[in-house]
Design a protein around this ligand. Sequence first.
Ligand code: HEC
Length: 112
Amino acid sequence: MRKARILGGVIVAALGAYGLTVYAQDKHPSDEFIQYCAKCHGEDGKAQTARGKQLKARDFTDQEFQSDESDADLIESVTKGKDDMPPFGKKLSKEQIESLVKNDVRGFAKKK
Ligand code: HEC
């Protein structure tokens, strides 16, 4: 009986870990956004942090901003920097930057 309970516990734990992994992949904003970008752009993308206000970072929930800029433009800005926006081309991979723009930055627009 004890073995069965331990096994049950292991299965529950494994399912839990799997669920968490799937959840983390779909999470918005992503851990990378929180780690590298939220200081200025804020976890809500509105740039209402102290640094964001000081540097006048972009509000990613602004529809005009979202429709004015192409993915390629934004990827270039994140890679090479733009005015007070620091370049991330050396810190992050191309795939990471692409994901940050397509999932994180664009993700803020979809929410109404
Ligand atoms: C030190 C503060 C700071 C950090 C950290 C930061 N940004 Fe920015 N970001 C800015 C500022 C300031 C601007 C406005 C630049 C401008 O419009 O000239 C900006 C603008 C942008 C833009 C718009 C660029 C454009 O072409 O209009 C994007 C996209 C962006 N940031 C994404 C990110 C991502 C993704 C990260 C994390 C990898 C990040 N930023 C981290 C300050 C920051």
